[in-house]
Ligand binder design. Structure first.
Ligand code: PLP
Length: 374
């Protein structure tokens, strides 16, 4: 960590951090109260504040973003087969494995990198019980088509909304889609509580059940209603999260400005594609993926990726390799490359460029100039 070059390196992300003095003042209150976890005052305050910010009254906080996926499947009693996308972070599919559910991978759409509704319908079998799509890079899935399919076949829908903090469509929260949505507040996300996450559901009774499940299944001091887990968020992270919530809108605005600058700098480079904004969507600019067409650009994605690194520019190949190629899953029929040609191509082409609140204009220019002149 003492490497002098670190100052010249541009990392893919930097965490949003609260003002240290404000955080210290909150810590002092926690020390005074001597209440550090189990639904304390900061936890209650954060749950309420997030419910209001996200326009989702029924929200349950967790200690990370993976336990919400696992717990949502428990809360909805999902078994059998679940259709999901291979183009995501591994946690999505791992949550199925942890529940003894067979993942069935369906290919994605090139325009959004999200699961293709037509391919969902084609993957349904008598054992299918649910669909677990991901709003990749914060771009909304085709929630209308997915809910039509779910309705037609009697399936539940759990959205992995880890990338989608603060995203709205026509002014309405994207988290309203499906039976449940899960969030991650990991350090690398637009909004973080160091580690953290949440489940958003539709009614008070379901929230209560989720609250039991994240606390070992305890409904009260002497009653355990289900084999729950420990997924609770503590007071220190809740306090951190309350402070970060105050600055998340300004962080998203800074990210938007950087995305505009990237698009401007990259628009005339042959072989480099990027995603545009959608008019009805309030984007959160969680990531800035570019897709390298090796033939047109004259260089493969990996060549560009490693050249950028040599130059001190650290992007990430989200999501390469595809989840379906990892050893626990590669033996599944649906994991065969022939079933997932679009996902395989996108995974081969993508680099997420550095993007975080505070990334300087001159550094964005350095990155786009490098990609343009190489
Ligand atoms: C970050 C992330 C998660 C959850 O990750 P945690 O690190 O456990 O918070 C789940 N799904 C996706 C798509 C993610 O990017």
């Amino acid at each position: 960590m003492t490497d002098n070059n670190q100052s010249k390196q541009i990392r893919v992300t930097q965490p949003l951090l609260p003002d240290l003095e404000e955080f210290t003042a909150y810590l002092r209150r926690i020390w005074d109260d001597r209440w550090i976890t189990n639904n304390g005052n900061f936890h209650k305050a954060l749950e309420k504040a997030l419910g209001e910010y996200l326009q989702t009254p029924y929200i349950s906080l967790f200690t990370n973003g993976t336990l919400p996926l696992i717990t949502a499947l428990q809360a909805l009693h999902i078994t059998g087969e679940v259709i999901t996308t291979p183009f995501s972070f591994v946690a999505t599919t791992h949550s199925l494995w942890w529940n003894g559910i067979k993942p069935v991978f369906a290919d994605i759409e090139p325009a959004t990198c999200n699961i293709d509704p037509d391919r969902i319908e084609a993957a349904i079998t008598p054992k299918t019980t649910a669909i677990m799509p991901v709003h990749v890079y914060g771009y909304p899935c085709d929630t209308k088509r997915i809910s039509e399919i779910a309705g037609k076949y009697g399936l539940k829908v759990i959205y992995d909304a880890a990338h989608t903090f603060g995203v709205t469509v026509d002014g309405k929260s994207i988290l309203e889609a499906g039976d449940m949505s899960t969030l991650s507040f990991h350090a690398t996300k637009v909004y973080n509580t160091v580690e953290g996450g949440a489940i958003v559901c539709r009614d008070e009774q379901t929230k209560e059940r989720i609250d039991y499940l994240k606390n070992f299944g305890f409904a009260n001091e002497t009653t355990v209603v289900a084999p729950g887990i420990n997924g609770k968020m503590d007071e220190i992270r809740s306090a951190f999260g309350l402070l970060n919530l105050k600055q998340v809108d300004s962080a998203i605005e800074q990210r938007r400005q950087i995305a505009i600058q990237y698009r401007h700098g990259l628009k005339d480079i042959a072989g480099i594609r990027f995603l545009d904004d959608i008019a009805s969507v309030r984007h959160n600019y969680a990531y800035f993926p570019i897709f390298v067409n090796a033939e047109q650009y004259g260089m493969t994605r990996d060549e560009l990726y490693f050249r950028l690194q040599k130059h001190g520019i650290y992007g990430r190949r989200y999501f390469y390799p595809l989840v379906s190629t990892f050893s626990p899953y590669r033996g599944l029929d649906s994991a065969s490359p022939g079933n997932l040609p679009v996902a395989a191509r996108i995974a081969r082409e993508v680099i997420c460029l550095p993007l975080y609140a505070g990334l300087e204009e001159c550094n964005v220019k350095r990155i786009t100039d490098f990609i343009g002149n190489i």
